[in-house]
Design a protein around this ligand. Structure first.
Ligand SMILES: CC(C)(COP(=O)(O)OP(=O)(O)OC[C@H]1O[C@@H](n2cnc3c(N)ncnc32)[C@H](O)[C@@H]1OP(=O)(O)O)[C@@H](O)C(=O)NCCC(=O)NCCS
Length: 145
């Protein structure tokens, strides 16, 4: 049974483990607690019964703009609609908070995620050179709410 809800303190360690497993960027574990403390409305988890199988972290960058920093689903659970469920819950929450635009970046090599975000109505804005720690470029994307 799939549940999407806001993060709780006990979720932080499993989310860090999932980020380590699914995302190439080497995030400092302490930032996950910082995101939880600074903007819990933007930090969502997906659970299969009691197990965390996905998460999304977004922040508010201006009074009416939000930015998705991380979105990941455990490998074995992909292409089952869980990423879409996390994203639509986040967009609904942002609309509720009077956010009018959501931005994000995606690695130019990550064609799967690019396709995923385009399916969800995000438009390509441009390319950011050497955006990631390993020197890789990013596509910037935006969706109006
Ligand atoms: C990107 C990601 C979050 C998508 O999650 P997901 O649960 O697999 O996504 P969904 O099942 O909701 O997919 C929705 C649609 O996106 C598209 N899509 C998702 N992953 C895709 C892929 N790898 N290649 C092509 N299309 C893809 C599908 O067309 C799907 O449409 P469908 O319903 O017609 O099949 C997941 O692949 C992931 O965790 N990737 C690794 C981390 C990552 O790259 N995060 C994004 C950058 S931060």
């Amino acid at each position: 049974m799939l549940i999407i809800r806001c993060v709780e303190p006990n979720d932080i360690f499993p989310v860090i483990a999932l980020a380590f497993e699914t995302l190439p960027e080497p995030y400092n574990p302490s930032i996950f607690t910082q995101f939880y403390e600074s903007y819990p409305e933007g930090f969502l988890v997906a659970l299969n019964f009691d197990t965390i199988i996905g998460f999304l972290i977004g922040i508010k960058t201006t009074p009416n703009t939000a930015r998705i920093l991380m979105l990941a689903v455990k490998d074995a659970y992909r292409k089952k609609g869980i990423g879409s469920a996390l994203l639509s819950r986040f967009l609904k929450e942002m609309k509720h908070q009077n956010i009018t635009g959501v931005e994000l970046e995606v690695r130019t090599s990550n064609q799967g995620a690019l396709k995923f975000y385009q399916n969800q109505g995000f438009l390509l804005q441009g390319t950011l050179q050497q955006f990631y720690q390993n020197g890789e470029n990013a596509y910037s994307m935006r969706k109006e709410l």
